[in-house]
Design a binder for this molecule. Structure first.
Ligand SMILES: [Ca+2]
Ligand SMILES: [Ca+2]
Ligand SMILES: [Ca+2]
Length: 279
């Protein structure tokens, strides 16, 4: 969901901006891979950028923002929230803000509220017992400009002129603070195959929509799967749609996928000749 800047101003007018100290141990947010290695992308492909949180507090409100060089990311499409964010009342992916926090960078940001009701039951806060927990992914799209291939870019702190920097609010409704930010990097690899097994429509999320997409294509009614990788001896195949990893795509993959989604069969996998690089 997207909100206009005006709507956000209204929401924030009702919130308490205390900017207190982070209680207890320092909270942190990591953008990218926890091991410090780059997130791998390639030209004109989906780019799944994870967000991890480590906290000893009860985080019930979050503004999560980072920035990257504008020439490398063509769009930020949506947020894929994990527990507990997927149970929160609101999560808004805001429009990217070009030339923030500095010229040439764009801030990407989402805002989430655990609870917008006055009365219980409240939605679960983020509590990670001071372990790193992946709470969401930014689903973005890499630039179509082949000049980016081979480059590695660092992500950095985002800043929004309306919402400010990355910050958290606690369940007490009063305490807001700035967690530490750990920023990662993205490598735009030449000649790699970037996909999520089973994600036939290539939107970065695997679910029942992908089975429907595959059926429509196989019946000649829908678009072809966007992910076509060169799988060695097998040549180019629709590698994300090849859910059973047999190195070809047909109706068997749809059955395989539906069985998994119903809880009967194994998860989608990939052809041994073209393993995806980011999962
Ligand atoms: Ca803390
Ligand atoms: Ca999909
Ligand atoms: Ca197959």
């Amino acid at each position: 969901m997207r909100l206009s800047g005006m709507t956000i101003v209204v929401f924030f007018a009702a919130s308490v901006l205390a900017n207190a100290e982070d209680p207890g141990l320092p909270d942190s947010v990591c953008f990218g891979n926890l091991d410090g290695g780059p997130v791998i992308s390639t030209v004109n492909s989906i780019l799944i950028f994870p967000v991890w949180v480590k906290t000893d507090d009860s985080v019930a409100f979050a503004v999560i923002s980072f920035a990257a060089l504008s020439g490398y990311i063509s769009s930020s499409d949506y947020i894929n929230p994990f527990y507990p964010l997927n149970l929160w009342d609101e999560d808004f992916l805001l429009d990217p803000i070009p030339d923030y926090p500095q010229p040439g960078y764009t801030t990407y940001e989402f805002i989430a509220w655990a609870n917008t009701h006055v009365d219980p039951p409240f939605n679960p806060p983020i509590m990670t017992n001071y372990e790193w927990v992946k709470i969401a992914e930014f689903i973005m799209h890499a630039s179509a400009d082949s000049a980016i291939l081979g480059d590695t870019i660092a992500t950095t702190a985002g800043f929004d002129p309306v919402n400010g920097p990355l910050h958290f609010g606690l369940s007490d409704g009063f305490t807001e603070f700035l967690p530490d930010a750990v920023y990662g990097s993205i490598f735009f690899a030449p000649d790699v195959c970037v996909f999520l097994p089973g994600d036939a429509n290539g939107n970065g999320i695997y679910n029942g929509v992908d089975a429907t997409y595959s059926i429509n294509y196989l019946k000649g009614l829908g678009n072809e799967p966007p992910c076509s990788c060169d799988c060695g001896l097998f040549g180019p195949i629709y590698s994300a749609a090849d859910a059973n990893g047999s190195c070809s795509f047909n109706g068997v993959d749809v059955t395989y996928s539906i069985n998994y989604l119903k809880g009967y069969g194994p998860a989608p996998t990939s052809c041994a000749e073209c393993q995806p690089v980011y999962r």
